[in-house]
Design a protein around this ligand. Structure first.
Ligand code: A3P
Length: 307
């Protein structure tokens, strides 16, 4: 690590650049561990995203869709476990000091994993095994604000606070958790065009706008489409309701307690901030918003991807 390029960190003293992306030392150790040791099978499913894109929501939705015949809604594991306790974060796999996945939840045949690792740095077995990847992304201005608010809970109290102006400057230079943001999204965007049956690209805003359509599409992509009978019984609606921000954020299990991986401790409630589209307008000046728009337009130019 000492030989890698370093920059001022958002949540720790430094971030390190490895294979073109920026990581805290803990994340980087996890990425390297996964690259060396993780063996995916074709039955695995991965949820990939940049941090603060709505990963918690998708973890809940994918878990509920894939396990819908195993649990009923009155005793569902999502009522008593935080989504992060039910779906393994690949790059934290060896950091968790709790048995993981949650030992109270029997393992399904298809293993669901979550990762923030950029496509080009994924363990080779994930790319080679033909397993499916759902990529979730979100408007970068909302991602930035969500990350900036979230980081207040993570930052080492001994560090000088990072002002929003400094943070946006870093973000626009590409220095953010698992950033550059645009390279992260473009990596998965390109493979989703190349291998549409293997990589599904989904936007947080689209899922918010038409949850019913996208949840059904997600189930099809995952190889477990809803039957007409399930639709008639209202299973799709039940899943959407169970995983909604309003429901999850009000559950005792998500309002109290912490998740801990080594010395990284985070209150579960911090994964549920506002869950709104366009909250950036309450935090960024027009100039800041324009600056982010300009950089995104320039970086995504010609890709066919817009926000
Ligand atoms: P805000 O900070 O804008 O409120 P991640 O899970 O990738 O860390 O992303 C966190 C963002 O997703 C937060 O956004 C959080 O409030 C939002 N979120 C969490 N659960 C959600 C849900 N069930 N539905 C919609 N948004 C949700």
């Amino acid at each position: 690590m000492s030989t890698l390029p370093k920059e001022l960190g958002w949540t720790s003293d430094h971030m390190y650049q490895y294979q073109g992306f920026w990581y805290t030392s803990m994340n980087l150790e996890g990425v390297m561990w996964a690259q060396q040791h993780f063996k995916a099978t074709h039955l695995d499913v991965f949820l990939a995203s940049t941090p603060k894109s709505g990963t918690t929501w998708l973890k809940a939705l994918m878990f509920a869709i894939m396990n819908r015949t195993r649990f009923d809604f009155s005793t569902h594991p999502l009522l008593t476990s935080n989504p992060h306790e039910l779906v393994t974060l690949l790059e934290f796999y060896f950091h968790w000091n709790i048995p993981y996945p949650n030992p109270n939840t029997p393992l399904p045949k298809t293993q669901l994993f979550q990762t923030h690792i950029p496509f080009t740095s994924l363990p080779e077995s994930i790319v080679d095994s033909q397993c499916r990847i759902l990529y979730l992304c979100r408007n970068p201005k909302d991602v930035f604000v969500s990350m900036y608010c979230f980081k207040e809970n993570l930052t080492d109290i001994n560090l000088a606070p990072l002002s929003i102006e400094e943070a946006i400057e870093q973000f626009c230079k590409g220095v953010s958790l698992f950033g550059p943001f645009w390279d992260h999204v473009l990596g998965y965007w390109k493979v989703s065009l190349e291998w549409p049956e293997r990589v599904l690209f989904l936007k947080y805003e689209d899922l918010k706008r038409d949850s019913l359509f996208h949840v059904k599409r997600l189930a099809e992509f995952l190889g477990c489409p809803f039957s007409l009978e399930e639709e008639k019984e209202g299973i799709v609606h039940e899943i959407i309701k169970l995983c909604s921000f309003e429901n999850l954020s009000n559950l005792k299990v998500n309002k109290t307690g912490v998740l801990q991986a080594r010395d990284f401790i985070i209150e579960k409630k911090k994964f549920f901030q506002k869950g709104e589209v366009g909250d950036w307008k309450n935090h960024l000046t027009t100039e800041m918003g324009d600056c982010l728009n300009r950089i995104m337009d320039q970086k995504l130019d010609g890709s066919g991807l817009t926000f």
